[in-house]
Design a protein around this ligand. Structure first.
Ligand code: EPZ
Length: 428
């Protein structure tokens, strides 16, 4: 059933919100468990739809998966014999399914993973994944919509250089190289905290590697890995979402469990724009109660640059901040669906190629808008909080994929946000 959020405008978000483990780590760690026979336990796992889909994908590979969203725990029971095919039906629903590619090639010598295709934010290539696995000795081709990688004789070490620090390619090459014969070096890798999280779990399974978090990772292949227990790293994108929610609504939020160190670029920009930002014992706090913060320019970059996943929130923020600013998207060519929807709310924003120029207005005006993906949907809800009247945000299923109990968290901060079926006429 399609659902929407009814967002009542004029809220200042005040209070505390807790962030748990990162979607963009938990999903990959579940795939990493495939590398070792036995029972692996993940804790601090978010209660989100994407984890449910990943659990289903792993069950179809023969893994026993026990997911307790309330406790934030996933137990993965990996048998000796597992499948090697990731169905289109699931991969289409969850692009992150591609992260089973590396572990399957390494563990069973073959992986057939449906090619995800593009999505709302742009074309999502796999050429760097394929080139990396080929360097490790796999034969890779695409047939009937599936990327098929085979290495019947196993993988061997190699020196690999990525043309671009792709998160997904770094993860797949790393998780394949840990069981390859010999040493692999991977240069120009992604440095995101989620990569460090995966590396830490691999090391706790017996992998031998160094350099995660830097631009070169070196892996010394081992014969086999053992199951483990691992706590998922805090979700920096969820934490960044709440930082922008505080700034945009001129509120005051403590993000409990948020790691300010992982958000230097966005928090630094908010502080420079006049928000009060402080690290607390439990996380960090962002406040903009005393004055309208200034708009600021953003250029999205791989970590530690400004994350592309926070770009829609910078747009909502700049739409009501003091002054004009330019947002430049450098990672995904089609990640500006938020702009048209913000314009429906009265934002003064113009797209020019991969730039958006905004001129801040004091207040937006409520209207029906449509989510196109996780981050854009959540950013529109926040924009609705600074709009006069009601805003109806459709496509809530996108938001549920990445934010646990989003409307409950907003209500606890003083917002009036309700979930309702999306079949009634928008306004009485
Ligand atoms: C991950 O996607 C995240 N998804 C994305 O978050 C995030 O936006 C992205 O990293 C960048 O930070 C998950 O972790 C599940 P990339 P991923 O490979 O791995 C191009 C969210 O909202 N590229 O770093 O797909 C690609 O087309 C999501 O949580 C190639 O050309 O990102 C893109 O332009 C959205 N060839 C750029 O690199 C390749 O082989 C970055 O992609 C691989 C990537």
């Amino acid at each position: 059933m399609r659902e929407r959020f009814r967002v009542v405008g004029g809220a200042h978000l005040v209070g505390e919100v807790a962030v748990v483990g990162a979607k963009n780590s938990a999903l990959k760690l579940m795939a990493v468990a495939l590398l070792a026979v036995g029972r692996t336990t993940l804790t601090n796992v978010p209660a989100i739809a994407d984890v449910t889909i990943m659990a289903e994908l792993l069950r179809r590979l023969g893994v026993g998966v026990d997911y307790d969203p309330a406790a934030g725990v996933v137990v993965l029971d990996v048998p000796e014999r597992i499948g090697h095919r990731a169905d289109y039906e699931l991969v289409r629903a969850l692009r992150a399914s591609i992260s089973v590619l590396g572990p399957l090639v390494a563990r069973v010598g073959e992986a057939d993973v449906a090619v995800p295709g593009g999505d709302a934010i742009g074309s999502r290539g796999l050429d760097l994944h394929a080139a990396g696995l080929e360097a490790l000795g796999a034969e890779v081709h695409v047939t009937h919509g599936y990327l098929v990688a085979t290495a019947p004789g196993g993988l061997h070490g190699a020196d690999i250089r990525l043309d671009f620090p792709s998160v997904g390619a770094t993860e797949n090459i790393l998780t394949a190289a840990v069981l390859a014969r010999g040493t692999t070096t991977i240069d120009n890798v992604a440095k995101e905290p989620e990569i460090i999280d995966i590396a830490e779990m691999l090391v706790s399974m017996g992998a031998r590697l160094e350099g995660a978090g830097t631009s070169r990772i070196t892996v010394h292949g081992v014969e086999a890995l053992t199951p483990t227990e691992h706590a998922v790293v805090s979700d920096r994108i969820a934490a960044g979402t709440w930082a922008f929610a505080a700034a945009t609504t001129r509120g005051d939020i403590e993000v409990v469990g948020g790691v300010a160190e992982h958000l230097r670029a966005p928090l630094g920009a908010l502080e420079e724009a006049g928000c009060h930002v402080e690290v607390t014992a439990r996380g960090f706090r962002v406040s903009a109660v005393d004055r309208r913060p200034r708009a600021f320019d953003v250029a999205t970059l791989p970590y530690p640059g400004f994350p592309t996943d926070l770009q829609p929130f910078a747009l909502s923020y700049n739409a009501v901040a003091d002054g004009s600013a330019m947002v430049t998207e450098n990672l995904f060519e089609a990640r500006f669906r938020t702009v048209q929807e913000l314009a429906r709310l009265g934002a003064d924003a113009q797209i020019d190629g991969h730039h958006v120029m905004t001129h801040g207005v004091p207040m937006l005006s409520g209207a029906p808008v449509e989510s196109s993906d996780i981050r854009s949907g959540a950013a529109l809800v926040i924009a609705g909080l600074v709009a006069e009247g009601d805003t109806l945000v459709s496509g809530v299923h996108h938001i549920d994929r990445g934010y646990p109990r989003f409307e409950q968290a907003l209500r606890a901060l003083g917002a009036d946000v309700t979930r309702e079926p999306d079949d009634e006429p928008p306004f009485e």
